[in-house]
Ligand binder design. Sequence first.
Ligand code: ADP
Length: 480
Amino acid sequence: MKVLSVSSEIFPLIKTGGLADVAGALPLAMGTHGIEMRSLLPGYPAVMHKVGKTKKVATIASLFGEKANILSVKYGGLDLLILDVPAFYRRDGGPYTDALGKDHADNWKRFAALSLAAAEIAGGLIPSFKPDLVHAHDWQAAMTPVYMRYRSAPEIPSVITVHNIAFQGQFGPHIFGELNLPPEAFAMEAIEYYGDIGFLKGGLQMASAITTVSPSYAREILTPEFGMGLQGVIGARFAHVSGIVNGIDTAIWDPQNDPAVATPYSSKQLNKRVSSRYAIERHFALDSDEGPIFCVISRLTWQKGMDLLMETVDDIVAQGGKLVVLGSGDQSLESGLLNAAARHQGRIGVHIGYDEPLSHLMQAGSDAILIPSRFEPCGLTQLYALRYGCIPVVAHTGGLADTVIDANEAALAAGVATGFQFASITGYGLRQTLARVFAVWGNKSIWTQMQKNGMKSDVSWDKSAASYASLYSRLISKGN
Ligand code: ADP
């Protein structure tokens, strides 16, 4: 089976969040199911620089007025197709923003182009790779099923995966004339969205199947609170919606073999975590004492509940805990956390920025990770934490609810707890849960048991890859 995956970021080439991790890990996991997955992504400067020599496999003479080359290259086990359109993608800044962090004004065109190129590949642009199915990720690739339907490959099934419904790719109606679509596409059953154009909306309407990254999130996005305006569209297509929890790359995230960890360890050598703990204390200039170290590795945003964290920092310190934060995002949250660190020198450390090795070290040396997200489609940091014996303390929402077993009485009695959940996603709810965390921290044998339970849980791609493989097979045998 040949599958084309389409996404705007892919680890380890370019990453702003969990989407990249999934897009980078899924193709490798699908290989074991006999699926040849090739991944289309834009040729950003970082990508072009890292991949080295490429081979041109196709050209589109005019893609939104620009000549586009499709370049093929293998990179770290990934079979990549790079959409090289210098005018669209060879820019400073991130994949979506300029060097000052502002969205590019022509993002609609940049990602409509990605989708249109994907649809052309689905339609046979590359003779040696004619996909049986196309898998598009998030709004940036969401127009792929739309272009397939109207332009190139209506017979080939497509899957769209929603990693976060908060990002929808909504643009003014004035762009419609430039999208290369027939007039009937500007309709409620297609891409029209409250008078505007909705890329994700269009993809949800046209894809053969919709997946999201956890069963709980699949249910949540049917409600106005989580659906962010798209709950009706999802509801109307409910029979085609499913939730498949993400896995993690257990080779990259392996405490026994991770260059970023101070001393490698297994679940039988938890005492070796202490060297990573010391390394964290040095990095963040923390006191060296026995109190639990809580970590946060996150975008610093409202979605991630970072304002709730701020309401809790004094409490953590008062109870003898320490807190280390790695992240960047909203300026007010960044400065609020830096202020907290200044107020609590030796107890709170904040590192503003993005640092992949440090994130590994923090998982290896912290005792618990705090994830107070208001919504969380899947979440990856709790999965890394489980694998590293760092106990997740999470909001009861989306994938967090699906992957962490709360240390309630029943779970403790059965010896299966892996973390802590709180249902009231408020500062008060988090503080109440922290009281439970400190209580268990006082009982080392339960704490250690929970660490071991977490490290034993299956967070690999095995189960999820099997679910995607069976979804693909079903769709292909049914035909679109
Ligand atoms: P989201 O995709 O919503 O940001 P996820 O939990 O799904 O959240 O994925 C976030 C990913 O980004 C994880 O791999 C996490 O380790 C990583 N991450 C987030 N912030 C940072 C940071 N400042 N430095 C290093 N890695 C980070």
